[in-house]
Design a protein around this ligand. Sequence first.
Ligand SMILES: CC(C)(COP(=O)(O)OP(=O)(O)OC[C@H]1O[C@@H](n2cnc3c(N)ncnc32)[C@H](O)[C@@H]1OP(=O)(O)O)[C@@H](O)C(=O)NCCC(=O)NCCSC(=O)/C=C/CC(=O)O
Ligand SMILES: Cc1cc2nc3c(=O)[nH]c(=O)nc-3n(C[C@H](O)[C@H](O)[C@H](O)COP(=O)(O)OP(=O)(O)OC[C@H]3O[C@@H](n4cnc5c(N)ncnc54)[C@H](O)[C@@H]3O)c2cc1C
Length: 572
Amino acid sequence: MAAALQTLGGGIGITLHWIAFTPTIEQQATEEQKKKWLKLAQDVAIVGAYAQTEMGHGTFVRGLETTATYDPSTQEFVINSPTLTSTKWWPGGLGKTANHATVMAQLYTRGKCYGPHNFMVQIRSLENHQPCPGVTLGDIGPKMESNGNDNGFARFDHVRIPRENMLMKFARVEADGTYVQPPSSKLAYSNMVYLRGTFVMSAAQALASATTIAVRYSCVRRQSEMKPGEPEPQILEYQTQQYKLFPQLAAAYAFWFASWFMTQQHGSITGSMEKGDMSGLAELHALSAGLKSYTTAVTARGIDVCRMACGGHGYSHASGLPALFGGAAALCTAEGENTVMMLQTARYLVKCFAQSQAGKRLTGTVAYLSAVQPSPVAGNRNMSDLGTLVAAFQHRAARMVRHAAMQMQGEMQKGKAREDAWNSCSVLLIKAAEAHVHSFVVRNFAETVQTVEVDESVRAVLTSLCQLYSLYGITEHAGDFLKDGYLTGRDIDAASSHLSAMLARVRPDAVALVDAFDLHDKILRSVLGRYDGRVYEHLYEWAKKSPLNKSEVHESYYKYLQPFLKSNRAKL
Ligand SMILES: CC(C)(COP(=O)(O)OP(=O)(O)OC[C@H]1O[C@@H](n2cnc3c(N)ncnc32)[C@H](O)[C@@H]1OP(=O)(O)O)[C@@H](O)C(=O)NCCC(=O)NCCSC(=O)/C=C/CC(=O)O
Ligand SMILES: Cc1cc2nc3c(=O)[nH]c(=O)nc-3n(C[C@H](O)[C@H](O)[C@H](O)COP(=O)(O)OP(=O)(O)OC[C@H]3O[C@@H](n4cnc5c(N)ncnc54)[C@H](O)[C@@H]3O)c2cc1C
């Protein structure tokens, strides 16, 4: 049943039940509370939404307005939406599907506010699905994509819930209203860290789908003449088509491997946190925020490149690419707007840079910041060597982090407040954080292809893909590498020619590389990306099913066109 509903997910907004509501119970509820709600959620005996964002606040969680005020006389929390802008707005499934929600609200007890905490609130009757007393619900209306999901709104008019409905794994309120501090105030945000980590895999899968569609179609589609008189070639024979698609294909693999690392990191750091060791939380937050931001942004752009690479048929919903793009675009905003997330990573990098300046040896994904950076040397580097490529990306990131941090320090030395110095350097900070995440993705890609247990012939293909991804990044951001002379013009030229060679080397394996994603036609939902390649027959069948083709002469002719034509002809 649960599995069936999981597949139904895209239809009635149950997706967030699985990816946000249930994990929030797992991560924020006590063992006692899990006994009460977790199995109900896992068996879909209740359906939940993750209700955090409000009409007036999504990014700034500390600014949320919904209140949860503790009443010791009845040992209840009173959930209230005090203003219009406090209306919960956007949560998936909230409009019509969910009968429960974890509601993020400002906790008040004994007249003091302790910030945002999660509360379990039943929002609809389990008998007739009507909204519970004091709860107003609805759908927020059509969106860019994913209109099968009822992203909804909710207002609470002094709704009373038992004290035990506060998710109390970390922070607690005792029966008399005493607030018990959590080990870290940010543990209330831990489910967002988890969800951001899952977005990295969502991005990888979306880019894998788009490249599967575009590469397969590029082998079916023949167009133009490469040489006069010769048959029209597959469009994948054009170097420009390879230059559009293969870097996206390489990025799909790179992000897939990055999501493996993210999942492993999340498991080990949250495992340590369970034992009270919070030391890894800051790195986990910075990595998940940066990777989520970087991979979703590259994926959204990459899917649109794949759409354009399929010409007119790419613009048709038959291709599946517009829907993929709409879904990926949402990933750039949901679960932490990308700019804000990348600034969180920048905040961590500036902090680490200051620590390394004070002599601390850095570890983890920022270790390279305290490594002695090789001084810029003349060209003649081996630009096809993965070690050389990884070092170049780390040098670029370290230089940009140092530059942004020093720029900020300079602003403060001129007398600017820290917050003003931060704001006036935030474009530099974003670029430095992006360079940092990019260098992590390249390093992780290189380490994975060198260590993953595969046949050597497969390793060779993956190595070419990793070189292609890295060389594409260097040529696309050449200025960053040239700025301090670490790479020379000759190195960049060498990178470009190696990139061309990699395009040709990947070409014979391109279809195998997308087939390896093993995405069934039912998942791809694309006429252009069909496994059997029978595009044109199925494109025609698909078009014939268009609702407009139900009648030979559409009713709009009689209503609008016929009178319009008639009146125009009468004037002749
Ligand atoms: C933008 C945020 C992070 C700001 O939070 P705030 O409390 O204001 O923190 P500061 O920026 O002041 O930093 C203070 C301090 O806290 C650290 N920190 C922040 N967040 C975390 C965290 N999650 N884990 C650990 N540590 C954290 C930060 O690093 C600072 O540490 P210092 O040592 O430097 O002092 C916050 O408002 C935020 O997360 N906003 C985004 C909201 C969001 O993600 N909403 C998602 C809603 S659910 C959703 O969209 C679902 C979608 C599903 C779908 O569609 O599929
Ligand atoms: C498809 C979809 C599904 C969603 N599902 C859910 C859900 O299930 N549950 C839920 O609770 N929420 C959900 N959301 C809401 C989502 O989490 C928020 O929209 C997101 O966190 C962005 O917040 P916002 O809308 O307030 O954007 P804003 O923060 O208002 O962004 C507007 C602009 O302000 C900029 N900005 C904001 N703060 C800063 C800053 N400090 N520094 C620099 N620039 C800044 C941003 O970069 C952006 O350019 C969903 C949203 C979408 C699109």
